[in-house]
Design a protein around this ligand. Structure first.
Ligand SMILES: Cc1cc2nc3c(=O)[nH]c(=O)nc-3n(C[C@H](O)[C@H](O)[C@H](O)COP(=O)(O)OP(=O)(O)OC[C@H]3O[C@@H](n4cnc5c(N)ncnc54)[C@H](O)[C@@H]3O)c2cc1C
Length: 392
C-alpha cells in the first residue's frame, strides 16, 4: 500500500458493534483518516425482528458515548429512555424460589445515559431497547445491505472480501463484526473451540399487562432485572422497563402493557428426561411445544407458591405461533421463543494474540484483520489501534 493513500476499512456486520465502530472511525477522522465501508447480510433495517432488550452498563455507556457523534447521542433516549424516578430502579435483584431476597446490590441512581456513563466504580446498568438502539445507530450510516460475506483472501497488498452475490471488495483492514457465528472468525481462527456449559436457556419476548406486572413487582419491587434461583439448577430472569408500550394500549381493557424479556435456564440434561411422567416432545420449530416444556419444568422443579404461579402466567403470555400482526410486530420476522444451549468460545484454544501483534508490529502495510470479539485485550482497544496505525 502506498503511504499517501487513505487506507480502507471494511466492517462486515451492521449490528450494534459494527455500527458503533463505524461511528467511532468517522468521529476520529482528525486523528487518522480511513475510507470506511460497512456491509450487512440483511436486506434492509426491517428485514428481521431486531430484538427486545439489551443491558447497557456504565462501562458500555462510556464506550458508546465515546464512539458516537452528538447527533446520534441526542437520539439515544429513543432507545434508552431516561429513568422514571420513583417508578423504576435500574439494578438487579435475586430471590430464591419462593421470592425471599437473596441479593439486592445497592444501586446508584442516575437519570440518563450521560449520568450512567459517569459512574466509574462498580456496575450499574440500564435496560435499553435493542431494536430501537440499532435504528438510532443506523442513522446516517451508508450500510450496503444484502451483502453476505462468504470468505476473504489476504494478499500482499491487502484483503479481498467476497460476497454471496458474486461481488468482491478490497480493503486494507477487515473487521468481522458479524456476530456470534462469525464466518470471518471461523476462517481466521479455525482452531477455536466452542465449549458447552451444560445449561439450556429458553428466551422469549412478551408484553405484560399492568395487573400482572403489579403482581410481579410485589415480589421483586420496581427493579428492572429480576432473577430467581431454584434449588434444582434452574433459574429465571426477567428484563423490563416500567414504561408502558404505546401501541399495546388500545386493547379491550385499555390496560397499559410493558415490554419484557423472559429467560428460563435449566440443566441441559433435563431435555432428555421424562418430566410429569411424559416424555417431553419439544420441537424448536413449534413455539407452543417449547413453552409447554418450560411450564412443565417450572411445575416440576418449583414449589407450589405465588412466585411459581406468576412464572407460569408470564410464560403463558409467550406467543405460541409466530405473530403476523403488522402493528404489534412490524417486521417480516419475529423471534419466537428460542431454546439454546449456553455456549462460549474457549480463548485458550487459539494462538491468535501473537499472530495479531506480529501483524501489527511487523508489516509495512496496514493489512490487518480483526474480529470484534477478539478485541478484548487493552492492547487492541480502538484508540491503541489508531495509534499503532498512525505510526506506520
Ligand atoms: C437480530 C438480532 C437480535 C438480537 N436481539 C438481542 C436481544 O434482544 N437482547 C440481547 O441481549 N441481545 C440481542 N442480540 C445480540 C446482541 O446484539 C449482540 O450479542 C451484541 O450486541 C454484540 O453485537 P455484535 O455487533 O457483535 O453482533 P450482532 O448484534 O449479533 O450483529 C452482527 C451483525 O452481523 C450480521 N452478519 C452476520 N453474518 C454476516 C455475514 N456473513 N455477512 C454480513 N453480515 C453478517 C448480522 O446480520 C448482524 O446484523 C441480537 C442480535 C441480533 C443479530
Amino acid at each position: 500500500m502506498q503511504q499517501d493513500k487513505i487506507p480502507t476499512i471494511i466492517i462486515v456486520g451492521a449490528g450494534l458493534g459494527g455500527l458503533s465502530l463505524y461511528h467511532a472511525l468517522i468521529k476520529n477522522k482528525d486523528k487518522k483518516e480511513f475510507n470506511v465501508k460497512i456491509f450487512e447480510r440483511e436486506s434492509s433495517p426491517t428485514d428481521r425482528w431486531q430484538g427486545y432488550h439489551i443491558g447497557l452498563s456504565n462501562y458500555g455507556a462510556q464506550s458508546l458515548l465515546n464512539c458516537i457523534p452528538s447527533s446520534i447521542a441526542s437520539n439515544l433516549p429513543k432507545a434508552t429512555p431516561n429513568t422514571v424516578p420513583d417508578v423504576e430502579t435500574h439494578g438487579i435483584i435475586i430471590t430464591d424460589q419462593v421470592g425471599n431476597v437473596l441479593l439486592a446490590p445497592p444501586t446508584k441512581p442516575f437519570k440518563d445515559v450521560y449520568e450512567l456513563a459517569k459512574i466509574s466504580r462498580g456496575l450499574s446498568s440500564m435496560i435499553t431497547y435493542r431494536d430501537r438502539l440499532r435504528d438510532v445507530l443506523l442513522e446516517g450510516v451508508p450500510v450496503k445491505w444484502n451483502k453476505k460475506c462468504i470468505k476473504y483472501v489476504e494478499t500482499q497488498e491487502g484483503i479481498w472480501v467476497f460476497f454471496e452475490d458474486g461481488t468482491q471488495e478490497f480493503c486494507n483492514i477487515l473487521v468481522g463484526a458479524d456476530g456470534i457465528n462469525s464466518p470471518i472468525r471461523k476462517q481466521k481462527l479455525p482452531e477455536l473451540q466452542i465449549v458447552n456449559y451444560g445449561i439450556t436457556h429458553v428466551g422469549v419476548d412478551i408484553s405484560i399487562p399492568k395487573h400482572l406486572m403489579d403482581r410481579a413487582s410485589k415480589i421483586h419491587g420496581n427493579v428492572l432485572a429480576r432473577k430467581t434461583l431454584g434449588t434444582k439448577g434452574d433459574s429465571t430472569f426477567m428484563m423490563t422497563r416500567l414504561i408502558p408500550i404505546k401501541q399495546e394500549q388500545n386493547d379491550e381493557k385499555n390496560e397499559p402493557h410493558y415490554r419484557a424479556t423472559l429467560v428460563y435456564s435449566y440443566p441441559s440434561e433435563l431435555d432428555n428426561v421424562d418430566v410429569e411422567s411424559e416424555k417431553a416432545k419439544v420441537d424448536d420449530n413449534d413455539p407452543a411445544s417449547v413453552i409447554e416444556h418450560v411450564k412443565r419444568l417450572i411445575r416440576t422443579l418449583r414449589p407450589d407458591c405465588e412466585l411459581t404461579d406468576l412464572l407460569l402466567e408470564l410464560w403463558d403470555l409467550a406467543p405460541k405461533t409466530i405473530p403476523n400482526d403488522p402493528i404489534k410486530f412490524p417486521f417480516k420476522n419475529y423471534n419466537p421463543v428460542q431454546r439454546r444451549m449456553m455456549r462460549d468460545i474457549d480463548p485458550m484454544s487459539i494462538k491468535s494474540w501473537t499472530k495479531m501483534k506480529l501483524l501489527l508490529k511487523n508489516t509495512k502495510n496496514t493489512n490487518v484483520l480483526l474480529h470484534l470479539n477478539d478485541i478484548h485485550s487493552d492492547d487492541y482497544r480502538e484508540h491503541n489501534l489508531h495509534k499503532k496505525l498512525k505510526k506506520k
